[in-house]
Design a protein around this ligand. Structure first.
Ligand SMILES: [Zn+2]
Length: 242
């Protein structure tokens, strides 16, 4: 293991026994570095039926139009989004640690757990994964882009996927966390653009990748840039639905 790998996985791992990120119990063996079998089982998963546009779970089966009322108002530039988890309980906690507590390595286990979800795998297979970019200042401050880490992990697990960071965020925006849907849409509407020297291939299918889908405003704004550049097939995916 290189020094960089060691730093990435958390130096404390080398000194103290690792704990499960969900149960906080010591973790000696198993397929994951930071998730026990019990922790894995406690992650809130989304199963069918779900909204065919944003992937939000429905409590019951609905005939006919299976988009939720929220999506009907959004008119997203992406075709369909799928999320394997709800951003609740342990998933919410892990995502918070990935993003705000300098624990990007936790994304690797969450990605591995996500890719056991068959609809999620099918949704991504054979596509070009485009991570939601961070503004340069935020990327420098955080030291990594969690969406890029997630996309890279997904491409390792799912056949035929490649990661192409086509987008950049050229405007620093207010945090979306406390904004309602209308304000979120306005906040990110013109924040993204295609990276200089890059182009889209209309024959390819693109999937925008983020950590969490809340209102869909960010994924919509990114998808709109790819559509405007000539992409004909643009979908979206996030690890969790808020
Ligand atoms: Zn929906």
């Amino acid at each position: 293991m290189s020094l960089l790998d060691a730093l990435d996985r958390g130096l404390l791992d080398l000194i103290f026994p690792r704990d499960c990120a969900v149960t906080q119990m010591p973790l000696d063996q198993g397929p994951f570095r930071h998730l026990s079998i019990e922790g894995l089982a406690a992650l809130p998963r989304i199963t069918d039926p779900r909204c065919l546009t944003c992937g939000h779970p429905f409590d019951g089966w609905l005939e006919g139009d299976r988009s939720c009322p929220h999506c009907a108002e959004l008119h997203p530039a992406f075709g369909r989004a799928i999320c394997p988890f709800r951003a609740l309980g342990p998933v919410r906690h892990i995502l918070h640690r990935i993003k705000y507590e300098r624990s990007p390595y936790l994304a690797d286990d969450l990605v591995a757990a996500a890719t056991t979800d068959e609809p999620f795998r099918r949704h991504l297979a054979g596509s070009i994964l485009v991570p939601v970019p961070l503004h340069t200042e935020k990327a420098w401050a955080r030291g990594y882009n969690q969406s890029e880490r997630i996309a890279t992990g997904l491409a390792r697990h799912i056949p035929g996927c490649t990661v192409v960071p086509l987008l950049e965020k050229h405007t620093a925006t207010e945090s979306q966390t406390r904004l309602d849907r209308t304000k979120r849409l306005r906040n990110v509407a013109k924040a993204f653009r295609l990276k200089r020297g890059h182009a889209v291939d209309p024959s390819q299918r693109y999937v925008i990748i983020d950590d969490v889908l809340t209102t869909g405003a960010t994924l919509h704004a990114c998808a709109a840039v790819l559509r405007a550049a000539g992409a004909t097939s643009v979908d979206a995916a996030a690890l969790a639905h808020g």
